[in-house]
Design a protein around this ligand. Structure first.
Ligand SMILES: Nc1ncnc2c1ncn2[C@@H]1O[C@H](COP(=O)(O)OP(=O)(O)OP(=O)(O)O)[C@@H](O)[C@H]1O
Length: 713
């Protein structure tokens, strides 16, 4: 190979000109070579400050600058016409590292030294390469650890924002979306966004792939392009075509990704629905039906997965076609040039190296594009769920106020607070701050009646069906009102309005004469306790489940025990293997078969295991001590002991409170101070003496139906 100059200055147009000419020196005109030397000597001084690297400095610098300036690879490291002063370059650390990388890994010179066509010692070359190989993993660890940490923090903040945004939606939002869909947002959708970084910090993907691909293309273009190496334009155009087509393809795959995400959410929805209602499924022998529903979701997911696979394969094969066309062009055109002596073998070899680098980089980019598409459709799904809905202003305002005003001792809550007032711009703070605290509502509810005045209501998802049509009901302070009526009459709807899960579409609800809408809804829960037939227990200990009655307070163990005693649950709880610390399973299933055997037989008989959650709920309500109590009476038959225990607990709970009982038993109705019959979205108040003669439960229900059908309200 011909030898000419060592180049060592910054990449100015002047230097490019010189480099091109120096390259030609090896193959063609000597006059251009001398011209290049003249130009080289007049090159500007390097701008970078000098750093002493001892012996290695000049060698690395020289090698590196050759590449940076796009010099011809056949240029030797030393040139007798160049003075030492010129050779000693002054570059920064990063420039040196870049020089090392570029000089040894990407140049034809590397191959030529390896095959002995150049005089430089091989050990020197291998030492340099070894140093580079050692540095790479160190920087990789640094890069991945930092990127990973930053991105994990971003994702935690994002998860907190989405969770909080879901929590403060109005109740109808939860009617509209299934549990699986919402959990899917927090798991698989946010997971796809997380993958953008976590999957793309690896060597061959993401930013690295992008920089490698760009650099390979650019350096190829600068070094070989236009003058001598005709394979470059066809290679670049095939890659260009592949990129263009991929861009079009990526746009058309977004709906496919979305459909795939939806299908995945449907699977998790079906699974969570089935498992959460497992007792109902069992009791109806519904396993086969659930399997069929699940099967159809899985098949849907499979179909969308296959469709997605087809798009992915199109992407893959397109990339490969581009690579192989590029390589074939290179072999044909480059090979003929080597044969004709117009091109050095090392150059050809390095060009093949570039092409492979580009191949891997483009492959990495394809994967990154795939991640981006998935992430984009996930963002779109999260947006479509959360943007079209209305947040519950009052709840959002209350939470915002709590989180920002309070001394936060709970580290976990700081995650939500630090992300700050992301919702504050959505809230009408001026209006909200004028609302009265629910503590005022509490004190008024202890002394005043609750009145529903001409209440009309339709559920937001079925606005054309009026459930309550001008309903009037007065629930007297401190006494028990029994609400009776046939199924679907609207009893639970009244409860939901009193709890302020929904607001009446017309009319109003008052407490001691004050419209409930003048009270802050965010802590309205203080005013009302609700005990459902099927109370929900959380997957924490029995004690914590009772303490949930006052979730924001530090409830002492003594208070929990006192509440449990009043709810007649204490005996049963202490008979459990870990007492109050016994963990409650999902949906309140308390004991495994083995644990049941450890509970003494006499306790088991009085445990009314199935009604245990009901008594825990009573204990919770006792702890909460709200002035208004709403009770959906347990319908399932209890044995005499259980019935007595539960009734005693309820009597305890109802004492002195304004109580509304959705009554399913004659005894409850007979003991109530006031009876309201709900039918056709309206109320008729009944005289309790009307039922004071002995009726058996069957006759009682018959009578209710007859009344509901006959009474013109
Ligand atoms: N979230 C909802 N969205 C739309 N319609 C609803 C919703 N909840 C209940 N409904 C409808 O409102 C009507 C009244 O239901 P509601 O649950 O209040 O009756 P109910 O008297 O409590 O019946 P049951 O004694 O069987 O519980 C029913 O037709 C029911 O289908």
């Amino acid at each position: 190979m011909a030898s000419s100059t060592t180049t060592h200055s910054l990449p100015t147009p002047l230097i490019h000109l010189r480099n091109h000419s120096s390259r030609r020196t090896c193959c063609s005109s000597p006059s251009r070579s001398s011209a290049s030397r003249r130009l080289k000597l007049s090159s500007p001084k390097p701008k970078f400050p000098s750093l002493k690297f001892g012996k290695f400095e000049s060698r690395y610098s020289r090698v590196g600058v050759v590449v940076v300036t796009g010099a011809y690879v056949a240029a030797p490291a030393s040139d007798p016409n160049v003075s030492d002063n010129e050779v000693k370059l002054k570059e920064s650390d990063s420039q040196r590292v870049l020089c090392l990388l570029l000089g040894f890994c990407l140049k034809g010179r590397f191959f030529e030294i390896l095959i002995g066509r150049r005089p430089e010692p091989l050990w020197m070359l291998l030492t340099n390469v070894g140093i580079l190989y050692a540095m790479e993993p160190i920087f990789t660890v640094f890069f991945i650890v930092n990127m990973g940490t930053i991105w994990e923090k971003v994702m935690a903040a994002l998860r907190a924002v989405v969770f909080r945004r879901i929590l403060i939606q109005q109740v109808e939002f939860f009617d509209r979306y299934k549990v699986g869909e919402l959990t899917g947002l927090l798991t698989s959708d946010l997971g796809s966004i997380k993958d953008i970084v976590s999957e793309n910090v690896s060597r061959d993907r993401g930013f690295r792939a992008l920089s490698e691909a760009s650099f390979s293309t650019l350096s190829r273009s600068f070094r070989y392009n236009l003058h001598t190496f005709c394979p470059v334009p066809p290679t670049c155009s095939s890659f260009g075509a592949a990129y263009g087509f991929r861009f079009w393809l990526s746009r058309s795959t977004v709906p496919v990704f979305q459909a795939h995400g939806k299908a995945q959410a449907a699977i998790s929805d079906c699974a969570s629905e089935t498992f959460s209602a497992i007792r109902t499924v069992r009791s109806f022998a519904g396993e086969k039906r659930q399997m069929s529903v699940f099967g159809s979701q899985v098949l849907g997911f499979q179909a969308s997965g296959i469709k997605l696979g087809i798009f992915k394969s199109a992407n893959e094969s397109l990339t490969r076609i581009a690579v192989y066309v590029s390589l074939l062009t290179l072999y044909c055109l480059g090979g003929s040039k080597v044969k004709a002596g117009e091109l050095a073998v090392g150059t050809m070899a390095s060009f093949i190296g570039y092409t492979f680098t580009l191949t891997f980089a483009v492959q990495g980019l394809v994967n990154t594009f795939g991640d981006l598409r998935r992430a984009l459709s996930a963002v779109e799904r999260i947006n479509s769920v959360l943007s079209g809905t209305e947040i519950d202003d009052s709840l959002a305002y209350g939470l915002e106020r709590e989180l920002s005003s309070r001394e936060l001792h709970d580290e976990n809550l700081k995650l939500f607070y630090n992300n700050g007032s992301s919702e504050s711009y959505l809230i009408n703070s001026h209006y909200m701050s004028a609302l009265k605290s629910a503590r005022n509502g509490c004190s008024q509810a202890w002394s005043g009646d609750i009145v529903l005045e001409d209440v009309h209501f339709s559920y937001p998802l079925r606005p054309d069906v009026e459930i309550l049509s001008g309903l009037n009901l007065s629930i007297k302070c401190g006494i028990v009102t029994a609400l009776v009526g046939p199924s679907g009459a609207g009893k639970s709807t009244i409860v939901q309005l009193l709890a302020r899960f929904y607001e009446p579409t017309r009319g109003r609800i008052t407490v001691a004469g004050e419209d409930v809408r003048t009270f802050d809804k965010s802590d309205w829960a203080r005013v009302i306790s609700i005990v459902n037939q099927e109370p929900v227990l959380f997957s924490v200990s029995v004690g914590e489940n009772i303490a949930y009655g006052l979730p924001d307070d530090n409830v002492s163990k003594e208070d929990v025990i006192e509440a449990a005693k009043a709810a007649n649950a204490h005996e049963f709880i202490i008979s459990l293997p870990q007492g109050y610390d016994t963990l409650v399973g999902e949906r309140g299933s308390l004991l495994s078969g083995g644990q049941r055997q450890m509970v003494p037989a006499n306790v088991q008989s009085m445990s009314c295991g199935d009604k245990f959650p009901y008594r825990i709920a009573i204990a919770r309500a006792l702890l909460k001590n709200a002035p208004i109590l709403i009770l959906d009476e347990a319908t399932s038959a209890l044995d005499t002991v259980s019935e007595r225990l539960v009734q005693e607990a309820l009597n305890h709970l109802m004492k002195g409170r304004t109580t509304l009982v959705i009554a399913h038993r004659l005894s409850t109705v007979q003991n109530a101070h006031q009876i309201a019959l709900c039918s056709n979205g309206n109320i008729a108040e009944l005289d309790r003496n009307f039922l004071s003669f002995g009726l058996d439960p069957y006759l009682f229900h018959l009578l209710l139906f007859a009344l509901a059908a006959e009474v013109q309200l």
